[in-house]
Design a binder for this molecule. Structure first.
Ligand SMILES: Cc1ncc(COP(=O)(O)O)c(C=O)c1O
Ligand SMILES: [Zn+2]
Length: 429
């Protein structure tokens, strides 16, 4: 790994601009605005070029000058640099000619883009001297916080809504984390965690470490630009929960442009949420500047079910300033989105991917994405973790005894699934 130069210069309030020294704090004590990491871009430019980046290891750390660590990453050294897939078949299904899928369903180590934010958060927590990491999560963050805590030998507490998918819960417990299921929606989990963070002094990755943690999402945008051969796309479609990823993709494109790594190009940064929990999309569609929190999210896309998004305001700003739009597909459309992605590209994304693909479909139908424009669809998590959402919507296997005659017979009948052809399933018993 290349040695890491220090180019961060503390924190700055996004609203009033007050500067703070580097510390595990996230809110401005003067105006309560969110704090953000500042960089010395002139210093970063000295070592960052297309050629220098291309020579570095295939991970998110190839952009280390634009990530907020003082030293080397302590965990997640293999995280990121996931495939950008030229998705011609999906494009055919959507009526678009230049579709790409950014595939974080295969991000290391826990198969979602949250590995990007957590590798920064845990490394930063270690730099600050914390021994315990924690988070409030809709599932994917829990998986990554727990896995990376094991690797970093940190103690770990994870707080989740008690009704998450089995794969998300097991995919946290297996790492030996303390998992606490809360009888309530994510916003209630998050509120409780703010109190716990204040009382116990743990590193809550998405509370007191949030300014550093959230910077990790920029690497998703950096990689898109590099993998398009150092060009920006015409459109990206991004799933939104708290609204941080979409905001940071916008920031990544700006930083690369400012540093001269890509040519200035307008990118429309579209957002997508499930109809059953779409506070940001609703505000965009209504043309309002404040969003109305959703009290009781109801959708199969549990990973995106945040009724009161922490970065909702900045997500709206990112969408509006890029002259983009936002969509909120129904649960039926989300299932369709998961299936069409799997059946055209062989990529099994989770419910959030269904939200994004279905959102892109709506955008294409409405003419918001032109037929020949370059669009990147963000697949941010893996479908094996959310099997419940799609279990009833896919064919069951045909079950036969191990005999060629039985197979010939089943094939003649079109390998019809058992619930549609009880005779084929029962044959030969
Ligand atoms: C798979 C997946 N995609 C997208 C998101 C949205 O991220 P953000 O909260 O940064 O908007 C999440 C958040 O949990 C997620 O789990
Ligand atoms: Zn401030």
């Amino acid at each position: 790994m290349a040695s890491h130069s220090t180019v961060t210069s503390g924190l700055k309030c996004r609203e009033c601009g007050k500067a703070y020294p580097e510390a595990p704090v996230h809110v401005c004590e003067f105006c309560f605005g969110p704090l953000e990491v500042s960089y010395d871009y002139a210093a970063a430019a000295k070592t960052l070029s297309r050629r220098s980046i291309e020579r570095r290891p295939h991970s998110m750390w190839r952009y280390h000058e634009l990530l907020p660590l003082q030293g080397e990453p302590r965990v997640g050294t293999t995280t990121g640099f996931t495939p950008l897939v030229r998705a011609k078949n999906l494009g055919d299904a959507l009526g678009l000619n230049q579709v790409y899928v950014k595939n974080d369903a295969v991000c290391s180590p826990t198969l979602s883009f949250k590995d990007r934010v957590v590798s920064v958060a845990h490394s930063k927590a270690i730099e600050f001297g914390f021994k315990v990491v924690a988070c409030a999560s809709t599932g994917n963050l829990a998986n990554s916080v727990a896995a990376n805590a094991s690797a970093a030998r940190l103690e770990c507490y994870v707080f989740i809504p008690a009704d998450l998918e089995r794969g998300k819960v097991l995919g946290t417990s297996v790492y030996g984390a303390h998992v606490v299921g809360i009888l309530g929606a994510y916003d209630e989990v998050n509120r409780l965690c703010s109190e716990i963070a204040g009382k116990y002094g743990w590193a809550f990755v998405n509370i007191n470490i949030r300014p550093y943690y959230s910077e990790g999402s920029k690497s998703f945008g950096f990689e898109i630009a590099e993998q398009l051969d150092w060009r920006l796309p015409d459109h990206v479609v991004v799933p939104m929960a708290g609204g941080s990823l979409i905001t940071k993709i916008g920031k990544a494109f700006k930083e690369f442009t400012q540093l001269g790594l890509v040519r200035k190009h307008p990118v429309r940064i579209h957002g997508s949420q499930a109809a059953g929990c779409s506070p940001i999309v609703t505000a965009i569609k209504d043309g309002t500047t404040v969003f109305k929190p959703v009290k009781k999210p109801e959708t199969i896309a549990k990973s995106l079910a945040i009724g009161n998004p922490a970065d909702g305001f900045y997500a709206m700003k990112t969408i509006r300033e890029s002259h983009a739009w936002a969509e909120n597909p129904t649960d039926d459309e989300i299932v369709w989105g998961m299936k069409i992605l799997a059946q055209t590209e062989g990529i099994f994304g989770e419910t959030a991917a269904g939200v994004t693909v279905a959102g892109a479909h709506r955008l294409a139908k409405a003419g918001k994405i032109g037929k020949d424009e370059v669009v990147v669809i963000s697949v941010t998590g893996n479908g094996l973790k959310t099997q419940e959402a799609i279990a009833e919507a896919v064919d069951k296997p045909v079950v036969i005894p191990p005999s060629l005659r039985e197979f010939d017979e089943a094939l003649k009948q079109g390998l019809t699934p058992p619930d549609q052809a009880p005779k084929a399933a029962a044959a030969g018993r």
